[in-house]
Every structure is written in structure tokens, then in C-alpha cells.
Design a protein around this ligand. Structure first.
Ligand code: OKP
Ligand code: ZN
Length: 345
């Protein structure tokens, strides 16, 4: 399959994130994409292509314009206050606070448009995030144009970014941008299947009241796992979207058998939905040795996952999300894509 990649991911290289009350080196770092690049290249999984550029309006199909305006100008506003280090939020409008008035002070703006203190923003963040969306849209357009599948090899990840907020290392929701791209290019029904260890709260929020994009996620139970405040089984959608959101929260430490039971049920539901296109939020922080996650997948499971995705028999865009066992992330991603390719050919 074709692989879409740009060096511009390097423009985003967070220094520290808040973790257990301390600022620690960011888990989400440029080397992640380098290892994935090396692995897909070594395995000759397909040609590696540069993204095309798309108008920002394509991103605003799933994110609010005022949020995107903020991302575009955030670094300039932050440095205008004399700051040179990464920006991290420290105050948020929780229950009962106003979110309709954008504060003038940058600390207030950043709090309004974020939900955690683990997602540093720097000079190149917007450029890297914009390129991530371009990569997702380039992959989607290739698949709309007849390719069986494509892989969007980008970072930072996107599935925690909601309609108007950043968080969880995510700024622009690449999977949502790709799903909307499919819709805007004629697909009637699109599925986003999120197999990252963490619930894709941003993607769920974007499509929660819609029946034309079904969101399905297998993840660590939010009672104990990040992002803690969304991802429960009883979140089934709202209004038009009722029945088109499906969560499989699994206990931290779950066996691979349990994980594949969930995938089997997800596959059955996806088949029933009769989608025209599929977007995979491909996080490999489900890996047994991931430093921040607690599932147990390894090579055989990643090959099997790829084969089961192929069996859905849908035009498919894979989007890179999490995976923090940096030295292994490339092999883990490559095994999913290899399992897919072996099953289609
Ligand atoms: C992004 B993705 C505590 C550790 C967890 C956020 C994890 C975001 C994961 N600061 N921090 O879903 O892989
Ligand atoms: Zn994750």
C-alpha cells in the first residue's frame, strides 16, 4: 500500500509533559515516526510519498474555526509574552465555567482549548499538525480514487483532539479529518475503528451525534486508564447518532483472547453497518512492553489484527496514533500492515 509521510513531523518535538506531578521528557517524540518509517521501508510495504496540501477548510469540517484560529496563532501569542519554552496549560473551565467567551490572556485561551497538561505546544506544532491532516487527506484521496488501502505515517497523533480542544498529545484529529474526507468525496457511511490503547475521546466527540460516521473503539477501561472521563460502554451516541458509537472498555492487563473477542464483536457490527470506507486509528501502545499501557499484544497479534481488518473488505486508511515503546513501534506497525497485505493479496 502507499505510505504518506513528511519530515515536517519533526517541527513538533515537545520537551516535557506533566506526569505524576512532575515534568518528564515527552513520550511522544520524533523518533517514533523515524522507527515506523525505517520499518515500513525495510519491509518494502509500499512507495513512500509526500502529502499534497489541502485548504484549512478541510480541517474545519471537524474542528471549530475558532479552535483552528487559536492553533494557528498560539505560538506567536505565547512568545509575545516573553516566553521561549513550550506552552502548557494550567487552568481549565470545568463544570459551571463559561466556555463561550474566549479569554484575552493566553493562559485562559490555552485552558479553554485543552483538557490536560501533557500536551506541550511549540513553534512548529501547528505546521506539524496541519501536515498530519494533509497526510490523512492524501491517503483518503488515494483510497477514494481506487487504492485498496493507504497508510498515513504522521505524528503527533490525533484521536484525543475534539471539535475544539487539544489533549493527549493530539491537536488535529487526523482520523476524523480522513473520515470526513471520505464523506465529502461520496462515501455514504464511514467507520472509524480505533485500536489504540487509549479511548479516542476526540473522535467520539466529533461524531457522537451522527449516524453517517460510526465510531468503534477497543481500549483500556477509563475507570483506571487515560483519558478517564470518556470511553465507557454505555456511551452509544446521541440524537441521530444513537447506535453509531460503540466502546469496548477492557480492564488493564486484559488477555489477548479478551481483546480479540472485542475485535470479533466490532467486526460483526462493522459488517452490519455496510460502510463504504474504513479509517483505522492505529495505535500500537497495546504492545505488551509499552511503557504507559497495559495490554499484551505482540507480533502474532498484530499480524492477526491486520488480517482481520483486511477481511472487512473495505477501502481502508490506516492512521498512526500512539505507541511509546519507541524501538519496537516500527515493527509493531509494520506487522499490522503486513498482516493486512498478506490477507488481501
Ligand atoms: C495518546 B495516544 C500521563 C500519561 C498519559 C496521556 C496519554 C496520551 C496517549 N500523563 N498521558 O492515545 O497514544
Ligand atoms: Zn494511546
Amino acid at each position: 500500500m502507499k505510505i504518506i509521510y513528511s519530515d515536517r513531523h519533526r517541527l513538533h518535538h515537545g520537551d516535557k509533559e506533566m506526569y505524576r506531578g512532575q515534568l518528564v521528557p515527552c513520550f511522544e517524540k520524533p523518533e517514533r515516526a523515524d522507527f515506523v518509517y525505517d520499518a515500513v521501508k525495510a519491509r518494502k510495504l509500499g512507495p513512500i510519498l509526500e502529502p499534497k496540501e489541502f485548504p484549512v477548510s478541510a480541517i474545519e469540517r471537524v474542528h471549530s474555526p475558532r479552535y483552528i484560529r487559536f492553533l494557528e496563532k498560539a505560538w506567536d501569542l505565547w512568545t509575545a509574552q516573553g516566553n521561549t519554552n513550550d506552552a502548557l496549560p494550567a487552568v481549565w473551565p470545568v463544570r459551571g465555567f463559561r466556555d463561550d467567551v474566549e479569554p484575552e490572556h493566553f493562559a485562559g485561551k490555552l485552558g479553554l482549548y485543552s483538557y490536560d497538561s501533557g500536551t506541550p505546544l511549540m513553534a512548529g506544532t501547528w505546521a506539524a499538525a496541519k501536515t498530519g491532516a494533509d497526510i490523512a487527506l492524501t491517503a483518503q484521496q488515494l483510497v477514494t480514487g481506487g487504492e485498496r488501502a493507504a497508510f498515513a505515517l504522521s505524528r503527533p497523533p490525533g484521536h484525543h483532539a475534539g471539535p475544539d480542544f487539544l489533549g493527549g498529545y493530539c491537536f488535529v484529529n487526523n482520523a476524523a479529518v480522513a473520515a470526513q474526507g471520505f464523506r465529502d468525496n461520496g462515501a455514504q457511511r464511514v467507520v472509524v475503528l480505533d485500536v489504540d490503547y487509549h479511548h479516542g475521546n476526540g473522535t467520539q466527540s466529533i461524531f457522537y451525534e451522527r449516524s453517517d460516521v460510526m465510531f468503534v473503539s477497543i481500549h483500556g477501561d477509563p475507570r483506571t486508564e487515560y483519558p478517564f472521563f470518556l470511553g465507557h460502554a454505555n456511551e452509544i451516541g446521541n440524537n441521530e447518532g444513537v447506535g453509531y458509537n460503540k466502546n469496548y472498555p477492557l480492564p488493564a492487563g486484559s488477555s489477548n483472547a479478551l481483546w480479540f473477542d472485542a475485535l470479533g464483536d466490532a467486526v460483526r457490527r462493522i459488517n452490519e453497518y455496510r460502510a463504504d470506507a474504513l479509517v483505522i486509528s492505529l495505535g500500537v501502545d497495546t504492545f505488551a512492553d509499552d511503557p504507559i499501557s497495559k495490554f499484551q499484544l505482540r507480533e502474532p497479534e498484530y499480524l492477526k489484527l491486520g488480517a482481520q481488518i483486511a477481511a472487512l473488505n473495505l477501502p481502508t486508511v490506516f492512521i498512526l496514533e500512539g505507541g511509546y515503546a519507541v524501538a519496537e513501534i516500527g515493527h509493531n506497525v509494520a506487522h499490522v500492515l503486513q498482516g493486512f497485505e498478506d490477507a488481501v493479496s
